[in-house]
Design a protein around this ligand. Structure first.
Ligand code: WQD
Length: 339
């Protein structure tokens, strides 16, 4: 079965292509590399021992997007990752985010409609919960106003998918809400390649440890958490990737309960920023050069997942713990630095 992965050169997209192919799917990718590095495709092809076709198309261009489906009438599923995801940048430039993230989603869904693509998986995010009313969050935890325009694009994206599925009769969707994807493929042939200075915690840690950044800041240690620093649910990118294969299987086997099922993809464990740093220092043997800085605007104080639904309904189990996440992230950073 042929699957189109959008954002296939991205962090989660690349790991998902590997998992899909290793589980018997045929995959093509579309990625204009505006926020990803095309070199990652070499890593994917080395792991798989086969070429993966990538269409370097901007999904905001409907005609170019539509042409992919005309050329590939046997596409039966889509996993839609392509989107900008820098929370800070979205605050600076909200219209860039609404145009890109929601504009590209509308174009893809117009093709789902016109070409009757039966299975659609949407890359959503725990950011839709905002600062949750209670933790751990389940899929039914009420959504709060999102902390950033990025979060708005994901909340709106979910509504766009849900309401489009309601208007179509032969198509089914799944929304996957990622918590904090980190780490790198165990082969060390693919991993996260941040564009510019990393906003996210784990690449900031590894780039500081390798010497690409002189020092990192912990954005606040005066929050109402067990050690004052923010709490998140870190999840290995390969565990996230495999959940996409299971979600597709779930749709193909018609196990879905509704035309747009939702799943939390988190480990179910919460870790604070300082605990992540301590774990990194333990597995790498490196002393991290960090200072406590001011709070970062838009940060959620604490969130982690109740992942029972994905475990029980998708048959998903997390294979990697926080030490594995730090170990693979560190090995990948050393690889990028040629060490
Ligand atoms: C985590 C914690 C920071 C950098 C991410 C993605 C977003 C979405 C949800 C997928 C926060 C602290 C960070 C640093 C720090 N993912 N931090 N110093 O904000 O939870 O959002 O997950 O959709 O796209 O951005 O992740 O890694 O940016 O921050 O102290 O140098 O680490 O303040 O408390 P976040 P993050």
């Amino acid at each position: 079965m042929k699957i189109l992965v959008t954002g296939g050169c991205g962090f989660i997209g690349s790991h998902t292509i590997v998992d899909l192919v290793q589980n018997g799917y045929e995959v093509i990718s579309v990625d204009n590399n505006s926020r990803s590095n095309p070199v990652i495709m070499q890593g994917i092809e080395t792991i798989l021992g086969k070429k993966i076709k990538n269409y370097p198309v901007d999904l905001c261009n409907f005609e170019d997007t539509r042409a992919i489906f005309q050329e590939n009438p046997d596409i039966e599923g889509i996993i839609h990752f392509a989107a900008y995801k820098a929370v800070g940048e979205s605050v600076e430039n909200p219209l860039l985010y609404f145009e890109n993230n929601n504009g590209s989603l509308v174009n893809i869904l117009k093709c789902v409609d016109e070409f009757v693509i039966p299975h659609f998986v949407f890359s959503s995010s725990c950011t839709v919960y905002g600062n949750p009313v209670s933790i751990p969050v389940t899929e039914l935890t009420p959504q709060q106003p999102p902390e950033s325009p990025y979060g708005s694009t994901k909340q709106m994206g979910e509504a766009i998918v849900q309401q489009t599925m309601n208007s179509l009769k032969d198509q089914q969707a799944i929304l996957l809400r990622y918590f904090n994807p980190v780490g790198a493929h165990p082969s060390n042939l693919i991993g996260e390649v941040p564009v510019g200075r990393p906003a996210n915690l784990v690449p900031a840690i590894t780039q500081t440890a390798i010497g690409k950044l002189p020092q990192m800041q912990v954005w606040g240690n005066d929050y109402d958490t067990r050690d004052g620093s923010c709490l998140r649910d870190y999840i290995h990118v390969s565990d996230i990737a495999h959940a996409h294969t299971l979600a597709l299987n779930y749709l193909v086997q018609k196990k879905n309960q509704t035309n747009c099922d939702v799943f939390n993809l988190g480990s179910g464990n919460g870790s604070t920023v300082l605990e992540v740093i301590k774990t990194f220092e333990k597995v790498s043997g490196e002393k991290l050069n960090y200072v406590i800085g001011p709070r970062r605007g838009g940060d959620v104080i604490a969130i982690y997942a109740n992942n029972d639904k994905a475990v029980n309904e998708l048959g998903w189990t997390c294979q990697y713990n926080l030490e594995d996440m730090m170990k693979t992230a560190w090995e990948w950073e050393k690889k990028l630095a040629g060490k």
